[in-house]
Design a protein around this ligand. Sequence first.
Ligand SMILES: Nc1ncnc2c1ncn2[C@@H]1O[C@H](COP(=O)(O)OP(=O)(O)OP(=O)(O)O)[C@@H](O)[C@H]1O
Length: 346
Amino acid sequence: MLDIRTVAIAYAAHPVVHDFSLHLGEGQIGCLLGASGCGKTTVLRAIAGFEPVRAGEIHLGGERVAYERGMLSPEERRVGVVFQDYALFPHLTVAQNVAFGLRRLERRECAFRVEQMLELVGLSAMGARYPHELSGGQQQRVALARALAPAPRLMLMDEPFSNLDVTLRERLADEVRGILKQAGATAILVTHDQREAFAIADQVGVMAEGRLLQWDTPYALYHHPADRYVAGFVGEGALLPGTRLGDGRVRTELGTLRLDAARAPGDTDDVDVLIRPDALRLQADESAVQAEVVHRVFRGAEYLYTLQLPSGHHLLALAPSRDALEVGARTPVRLNVDTVCGFAAQ
Ligand SMILES: Nc1ncnc2c1ncn2[C@@H]1O[C@H](COP(=O)(O)OP(=O)(O)OP(=O)(O)O)[C@@H](O)[C@H]1O
């Protein structure tokens, strides 16, 4: 449905996005994730038709909509856009807002479509209200219904949850995922919140400085990051030095492990392996390596511990908060994985 091929985008003389390619299938939800200023919104604007491309091509549903010397207008692309601030019309009711993009439809057909959309987003009873009479989450769902009503080829959402309470975001992201899937929509959204990205998307792209570093499932991003930056940006964890043994294994302070074959760290013998907090078991048998708890953060069900190994290296570990360890306590630790990602040591 969406095919971006080696696209470059610039503002005047400033290149902002470089050599950017991705593919999103019909009915899939994609998400661009990255630090502030990395170019996420710029990519979204280019897909929508608000920004030209300097090189490469964008194809939507098999049709070329942007290339170096030309572009279709946003209307011609038939994309739906949901902005950060919802951009609802304050003087129109909820139903009139949703009907806004349906002016070409005959009246009865339009009313039917509005009803269908409000039902989809769970706001059937609110059609006669005005936006200011709704909560932030409800307004966001109206914006979604309005964008979905004309059945766009692609939905684009720029930080759709950023105005909402942090605790609500993950739940809403999951709810919106359900709505988009039920509507059979293909969508791409932008966020800097990885929990949100994981909750909503089938495919997530991590961007840094205008480049797409990895375009993958949330699971693969977490467990098989393409490089050190992605490893550090997505999820928690620490890098532990190791020495390659030449048979696809690596020796570390916590034992000998297999290296993830999909992420071979090149020719180097010195590698840093990625240890996620869920890969460590604390209070293991006494023969395991002894670590000291140097810090801990309460997470409710779990504590996130910072552990110091005898070498002085620090690791992060998650463990049930009921079996709490105090700062200063010593605990035997073991890895409960036998394959790890390794990156060339720096
Ligand atoms: N209209 C513009 N003119 C010139 N430079 C711009 C313009 N819009 C954005 N930029 C620059 O382009 C770069 C990418 O901006 P963009 O808004 O795409 O980043 P982002 O990843 O969406 O950031 P955020 O998460 O903060 O919204 C930034 O360095 C920004 O300063």
